[in-house]
Ligand binder design. Structure first.
Ligand code: WTA
Length: 660
C-alpha cells in the first residue's frame, strides 16, 4: 500500500495514543498528580523549577504580583546563567560533551566541546568582550549562523551580565540595523560567512551593510568560519574572534552576580505593526522555566544526546538548544546545515552517528520529510530515539502519524508544544509519560498554568467551539516587558481581556493572539494566529513589515500581504500590489518587489506570488478585506462580498492568481 493511503487508513482508525511503557518507566516526570500538586501549591509550585538551578542568594518571594502585568519572579534571589550552564557541571561532568557541533559541508569540520572546553572558551570570550569595553547591562548583538561561537558568545555575555540580542542570520542588513538601533547596542559579534548546501555565503557583507546604517559607533568581533575561502577586509573597530580568544588564553572571569529579574536577553519578534518588538527575558524566571520544561517535557537527562534542530536565531534555539539543555548538563547537538544536503537523509544520518535520544523539530520539516518519503529514514538505525517533539505551528494529524511511525518507530512519545517567543518556554503540550497523545492537538496546559480558550467577551467556550487562547495567571518564563516600551507591552498582550485599571492580578489576562479549540478532555488544538502575523515554515513574520517593504519599492502604490496555504511551509506570502499610475506591471517590477522584501527582512519573507491588481477589495469604510484575499490565495470559495465598496474587482484578482 502506498505510504499515503496507509497513513489515511490508520488516521481513521486510531485517534489516541498511550505513552509507550518503555518510556514511562524511565521518565523524569511520571506522576500524574503533578497537575494537582501544582494547582494546590500555586505559585510556590515553581520553587521546584528554581531549585533546578544554583543560586548565589536564594530568593525571598516566589512571585511578586503587586503591579500587574509587571510580574516578578524569585525576587531577592541572585544567580548567573553562565555559571548554571557551565561551572556547576565541571566537577561531575567536565569531560562530558556539552555541544556536539555538526558542520557543513562535510563531517571533517565537526567540533566537540566538553563542558570543560566550553567553559574555557566562554571565559576567554567574556574576558575579550570586557576588554572591548562591554559592561553589565550593555546589549551585545549576535548576528551569527549556527556556529558554536554563537552559544559561546551568548554564555560569555551572560557571564558578564551583558544581555544578548541574537539576530537570526537569515535576516537582512536592514533588519540587523533596526534591531541594533532599537536596542542602542554598541557591540556586535558576527561571522565572515557560512556554508549553505556546500556553497559559502558571505555573511559579513550583510553585517557591514547593516552597520553602515547604524548611527552610533559599534565595536565588532568577527568569527572566521570560512578561512581562506573568503578574504574580507577588517575595519578599525573590528576584531578577529580567534585573536581575541588567543589574547585571553586561560583567562578566568568570575560570573557576575545577577538579580533574579535582571535582563538575560532580548529577542526581537514580529507583531502587528511594522516595528519589531524587543521581548525582554530575565535571568531567574526564564532559566528556571527553560530548565524545568526541558526536564519535564523533553525528558532531558545528563546522559542524553539531545537534539533540537531549530536555529539559535529564534527563541526555540535559545531555550532548547542552549539554556535548557546546558543548564541540565546534557549533550546538546547543534547542526549547521540543511536537512537535504548532501542528501535527504542528513538528519537521520546524524541521529544514527551520534545516537541521538530526543529530536525536537518543526512541522514544516516533518512535512518535507514526508514528501521525500520514508526510504530516507529507513536507511538508518534510529533506535536510539526515545522522544520526539514539534514546535512552531500546528501539526496536521497525518504528519504527526508519519513522524510517529517512520521516525519514532511507534515507540517514542511525541510532544507537540505550543508556546511563543514571549512565553520563554513551552506552555501547552502533553507530559510525555503521563498524558495520552491526540495527533493534531497540542494537549493540556502544563502544570501550574492557567490557559483557557475564551470567546470575544472572555467567557470560556464549550468543547468543540473555537475561541481565543488566553493565559490567566503569570508563569516564570513570561516576558517581562517590551524593551523600553512598557506601554506597548500592556497594549499588545494585556489589553484585550484585562481590566487595565485594576491592580488585582485576577483581572489581568495574557492574550497570545492565537485561536484555539478545546475538546471534551480539555485538550487544546491551536488554530493559528488571529492577528496579522504569518507563520512561514515556522518563522514568524508580520504582514505589516512585508507590506511596508513592498510599498518602499519605486513604482508601488499600495500593497496587501496575506498568508495562503502551502503544503510544506504551512503558510506562504501572497502579495497583492497596486502599481503607481505610470508604472507598468512588469516582470522587472515583480523582481524588484521580491528583492525589496529580501533587503528589508530577509529571504524567509520572500513572496510566493506577487499579484498585480488595479484595486484591492475594500469595505465601505475603506478597510482592506484580508479574509477575502486569503480565500483568493487559497482558491477557496469566497465569503460574502456584498459589503465591499468595489465587489467587481474580485473576479479579476481571482483570475490573476489562478493564471500566475
Ligand atoms: C505558533 C515559537 C500550533 C503560534 C516557539 C504562536 C504553534 C507562534 C505551536 C509563536 C504549536 C508555536 N502548535 N502553533 N505547537 N508552536 N506555534 O514566537 O501561532 O516564533 O503564537 O515562537 O507560533 O512563534 P514564535
Amino acid at each position: 500500500m502506498p505510504e499515503e493511503v496507509e497513513l489515511e487508513a490508520w488516521l481513521a482508525e486510531q485517534e489516541e495514543f498511550e505513552p509507550p511503557e518503555s518510556f514511562v518507566e524511565r521518565a523524569n516526570v511520571a506522576d500524574a498528580n503533578v497537575y494537582e500538586t501544582f494547582d494546590e501549591d500555586w505559585p510556590d509550585c515553581w520553587t521546584g523549577a528554581a531549585e533546578l538551578l544554583d543560586w548565589e542568594e536564594r530568593w525571598e518571594t516566589v512571585l511578586d504580583d503587586s503591579t500587574p502585568p509587571f510580574y516578578e519572579w524569585f525576587t531577592g534571589g541572585s544567580l548567573n546563567a553562565s555559571y548554571n550552564c557551565l561551572d556547576r557541571h565541571l566537577d561531575d561532568r567536565g569531560d562530558e560533551v556539552a555541544i556536539e557541533w555538526v558542520g557543513e559541508p562535510t563531517d571533517e569540520t565537526n567540533r566537540t566541546y566538553t563542558y570543560e572546553e566550553l567553559h574555557r572558551e566562554v571565559n576567554e570570550v567574556a574576558a575579550g568582550l570586557r576588554d572591548l569595553g562591554v559592561e553589565a547591562d550593555d546589549v551585545v548583538t549576535l548576528y551569527m549562523p549556527m556556529v558554536p561561537e554563537l552559544p559561546v558568545a551568548m554564555l560569555a555575555c551572560a557571564r558578564i551580565g551583558a544581555p544578548h540580542s541574537v539576530v537570526f542570520a537569515g535576516f537582512s542588513a536592514d533588519a540587523l540595523a533596526t534591531r541594533m538601533e532599537s536596542a542602542a547596542s554598541e557591540y556586535l559579534v558576527t561571522c565572515d560567512g557560512y556554508y549553505r548546501r556546500g556553497d559559502p555565503l558571505h555573511h559579513k557583507e550583510k553585517a557591514d551593510k547593516g552597520l553602515s546604517r547604524v548611527d552610533h559607533d559599534v565595536e565588532t568581533v568577527v568569527v572566521d568560519r570560512l578561512g581562506d575561502e573568503y578574504d574580507h577586509p577588517m575595519g578599525d573597530d573590528e576584531y578577529d574572534y580567534d585573536a581575541l580568544v588567543a589574547e585571553q588564553e586561560g583567562a578566568e572571569v568570575d560570573p557576575v552576580e545577577r538579580d533574579a529579574e535582571d535582563m538575560l536577553f532580548l529577542m526581537y519578534t514580529s507583531g502587528t505593526t511594522g516595528e519589531p518588538k524587543g521581548v525582554k527575558h530575565t535571568t531567574a524566571g526564564y532559566l528556571s522555566y527553560a530548565a524545568w520544561t526541558s526536564r519535564a517535557v523533553l525528558d532531558v537527562k545528563p546522559e542524553d544526546t539531545y537534539w533540537c534542530s531549530a536555529d539559535i536565531g529564534w527563541i526555540t534555539g535559545h531555550s532548547y538548544i542552549v539554556y535548557g539543555p546546558l543548564s541540565l548538563g546534557t549533550t546538546s547537538v547543534m547542526y549547521e546545515g540543511t536537512p537535504d544536503y548532501p542528501e535527504k537523509d542528513r538528519l537521520w544520518e546524524i541521529v544514527e552517528n551520534y545516537g541521538v535520544t530526543q529530536l525536537y523539530t518543526a512541522p514544516t520539516a516533518i512535512r518535507a520529510f514526508m514528501k521525500w518519503g520514508s526510504r530516507f529514514p529507513d536507511r538508518h538505525d534510529l533506535s536510539s530515539l526515545r522522544l520526539l517533539g514539534t514546535v512552531g505551528e500546528p501539526i496536521n494529524p497525518r504528519a504527526w502519524k508519519w513522524y510517529y511511525k517512520h521516525i519514532g518507530g511507534e515507540d517514542c512519545p511525541i510532544v507537540d508544544t505550543w508556546w511563543q517567543t514571549e512565553t520563554g518556554g513551552m506552555m501547552v503540550t502533553t507530559l510525555p509519560a503521563i498524558d495520552e497523545m491526540k495527533p493534531g492537538s497540542a494537549g493540556l496546559p502544563l502544570p501550574g498554568l492557567d490557559v483557557r480558550v475564551v470567546d470575544t467577551k472572555g467567557e470560556p467556550v464549550e468543547a468543540g467551539r473555537a475561541g481565543h487562547l488566553t493565559v490567566q495567571k503569570p508563569w516564570p518564563g513570561m516576558l517581562r516587558t517590551l524593551y523600553r516600551n512598557d506601554e506597548r507591552y500592556v497594549e499588545e498582550y494585556w489589553s484585550e481581556y484585562s481590566d487595565t485599571a485594576s491592580d488585582d492580578p485576577e483581572d489581568w489576562v495574557y492574550f497570545p493572539e492565537d485561536g484555539a479549540k478545546l475538546d471534551e478532555d480539555g485538550y487544546i488544538t491551536v488554530l493559528g494566529r488571529v492577528d496579522d502575523v504569518l507563520n512561514v515554515s515556522g518563522h514568524r513574520l508580520g504582514t505589516m513589515e512585508i507590506e511596508s517593504a513592498i510599498v518602499g519599492v519605486t513604482g508601488v502604490a499600495e500593497a496587501a500581504v496575506v498568508g495562503g496555504h502551502h503544503d510544506v511551509k504551512g503558510e506562504a506570502v501572497y502579495a497583492y500590489v497596486i502599481t503607481e499610475d505610470n508604472s507598468a506591471e512588469t516582470e522587472e517590477l515583480r523582481e524588484r518587489i521580491v528583492a525589496g522584501v529580501e533587503n528589508a527582512i530577509g529571504a524567509i519573507a520572500r513572496p510566493e506570488q506577487v499579484i498585480f491588481t488595479p484595486e484591492l477589495p475594500k469595505t465601505r469604510s475603506g478597510k482592506i478585506m484580508r479574509r477575502l484575499l486569503e480565500d483568493i490565495a487559497n482558491d477557496d470559495e469566497l465569503g460574502d462580498t456584498s459589503t465591499l465598496r468595489n465587489p467587481d474587482v474580485v473576479a479579476g484578482i481571482q483570475e490573476r492568481v489562478r493564471t500566475d
